[in-house]
Ligand binder design. Structure first.
Ligand code: BTN
Length: 318
């Protein structure tokens, strides 16, 4: 009902009478009033004027499911959204939902995380209402060894969405860092639930620093606000990221990983640079020559030998 109320209020810039609202929704005036109070508690600025009715003045600066679903127009991505004010990590919640059989495209959003995590056991600092922190459940027809293309797909989607909404060009550092002028703007974490040769589901977690001021950023990090000098509408940005993930996922399904790898190459700062890659127990140094269609990084060392790297931490050498 609340979603319908918002939908009706959003369609009108003027007042809409309580009687009309109640009859459209098939509820009593008293029932309507209760829902309006609940919406106000969520932060919706709704004014009520006797004889005129209700008017929505402003929506809260929150990533509420109603806000994200409104005019999202995706086929499956974000059709089911779980929203939390705070969570330990959206990854754990999404993993739990995946195990229970939640549909492909389910999204888990949190306004803050107490145990937000990044790759290689790092923390992801998630201050409340500043950034975008969410996880998506996908059920791709991929072998476990080919799943890393999804990290690149997510990075490309985030980049396209940032460009569309803010006009800012960002760069991607292999495999998952979203950078702006060498500072970290966001990151992507891909976790999977799989058997030896079958992926049950994948959870892609995305963290982005959006409206963080300097004091709510860790060192080496940046935010869109720092770069633009103004806040970005997080709802609009998250909606666009979801649309892009859906579009790129459909490209992957219909045209294969090559198309995603091509888009990634255009945005990557890692390619053609001298890099040091630290993976579990070795480090490889050389020139990052390319990525293959599974998203692995190809590094040519000084003796001309090319190594294929599927996981690790990349340092760009100067
Ligand atoms: C990285 O840079 O290493 C990846 C960071 C991923 C952070 C996001 S925030 C939403 C989701 N929940 C988490 O706990 N982590 C990911």
């Amino acid at each position: 009902v609340r979603e319908k109320i918002l939908d009706l209020l959003k369609r009108k810039t003027d007042y809409i009478s309580g009687d009309l609202l109640a009859s459209r929704l098939g509820i009593s005036r008293q029932g309507l009033w209760k829902h309006i109070q609940e919406l106000k508690e969520l932060g919706y600025d709704i004014v009520a004027v006797p004889h005129l009715g209700y008017r929505l003045q402003a929506a809260p600066d929150k990533l509420l499911a109603y806000e994200i679903s409104h005019c999202l127009n995706t086929r499956f991505l974000g059709r089911k959204i779980y929203y939390f004010d705070g969570l330990p990590s959206t990854m754990d919640t999404a993993m739990g939902l995946g195990i229970k059989g939640s549909a492909e495209g389910t999204v888990v959003i949190a306004e803050s995380q107490t145990r937000g995590r990044g790759r290689l056991g790092r923390n992801w600092f998630s201050p409340k209402y500043k950034g975008i922190y969410f996880s998506v459940i996908l059920r791709p027809e991929l072998l476990p060894s080919n799943v890393s293309i999804l990290t690149l797909l997510a990075a490309v989607s985030v980049s396209e969405a940032i460009k569309k909404v803010t006009r800012v060009d960002i760069q991607i550092k292999w495999p998952n860092d979203i950078l702006f002028k060498d500072k970290k703007l966001g990151g992507i974490l891909t976790e999977l639930n799989a058997e030896m040769d079958k992926v049950n589901f994948v959870v892609i977690g995305i963290g982005l620093n959006v409206n963080n001021e300097k004091k709510s950023l860790i060192s080496g990090a940046t935010s869109l606000r720092e770069r633009l000098g103004q806040n970005t509408n997080r709802v609009e940005l998250l909606q666009e990221i979801l649309r892009r993930i859906e579009a790129n996922y459909s490209l992957l399904q219909h045209k294969g990983p090559k198309t995603i790898a091509e888009k990634w190459r255009e945005l990557a700062t890692t390619l053609h640079k001298r890099v040091k890659v630290y993976s579990q127990n070795e480090h490889v140094e050389g020139e990052a020559v390319d990525i293959d269609s599974d998203g692995a990084l190809l590094v040519r060392n000084d003796s001309g030998l090319t190594q294929r790297i599927t996981a690790g931490d990349v340092m760009h050498c100067r």
